[in-house]
Design a protein around this ligand. Sequence first.
Ligand SMILES: C[S@@+](CC[C@H](N)C(=O)[O-])C[C@H]1O[C@@H](n2cnc3c(N)ncnc32)[C@H](O)[C@@H]1O
Length: 270
Amino acid sequence: MPDAHIHDAVREKYGAIARSVGKTGCCGPVACGCGDAINSNLYSERETQDLPADAVAASLGCGNPTALLALEPGQTVLDLGSGGGIDVLLSAKRVGPTGKVYGLDMTDEMLALARENQRKAGATNVEFLQGTIEAIPLPDRSVDVIISNCVINLSTDKDAVLREAFRVLKPGGRLAVSDVIVRGRVPADVRRSMELWVGCIAGALEEGEYTSKLQAAGFSGVEVEPWRIYQVEDARSFLTQSGLDVDRLAPEVEGRIASAFIRARKPEAV
Ligand SMILES: C[S@@+](CC[C@H](N)C(=O)[O-])C[C@H]1O[C@@H](n2cnc3c(N)ncnc32)[C@H](O)[C@@H]1O
């Protein structure tokens, strides 16, 4: 599929998900199938209890990037692919009124939902920006911390995303990302099938490839840490609904898809 089609498909999919938030349904908004293992149980009750219900309901991540690092009052944070805004609002509390958190998203409906959630949360140190993560609309060296939650895997140009992330970070700035990765070799046809399950892993990078791409963009101290490894049973009902032969696929995909925490730093001397 050409890159532009993937981009449009991603935008349409997340636009539809944003429109469904707050409506009653069998399982609320989901990226990867009803009750999927990827988006569930990512945040503690303590973290989400003060957030607007729709910000929590719209959570479509695959981890909790705000738990990966300490945020300091006064810092500037950027969330790549901020969706309904859950990680932006959590970060905004931690950087406080002297700090600033930007959420960047390309989908109008998600931006509208995020701005509404910002209004309900009364967060004044937050700004949601329209744009793509491949061309970040912020100046060089303007951000202390970049977070992202299950978005970089959707990009058709990950080198551009990582180059842009490096550009906007201040020297010494940090990147803390949750993303879906592939572990080892997954045959191409199986990968395509898995993509049906996790529309959200359309372009998941292999573990080592993620590290090389971050290093090529200039990052140091790169760590890729798989923390939730998916079994084929996690996706059985969705795969079956998609008309796939789950038992045939099982040996080839078992344990090969994971959610990972990715950490890296922009060196001081650049
Ligand atoms: C899986 S959702 C994750 C949303 C949010 N990070 C969360 O944890 O709930 C992906 C989001 O990234 C946005 N997105 C996907 N690709 C993008 C791109 N290339 N540039 C900007 N936003 C993008 C989508 O519009 C969607 O809101």
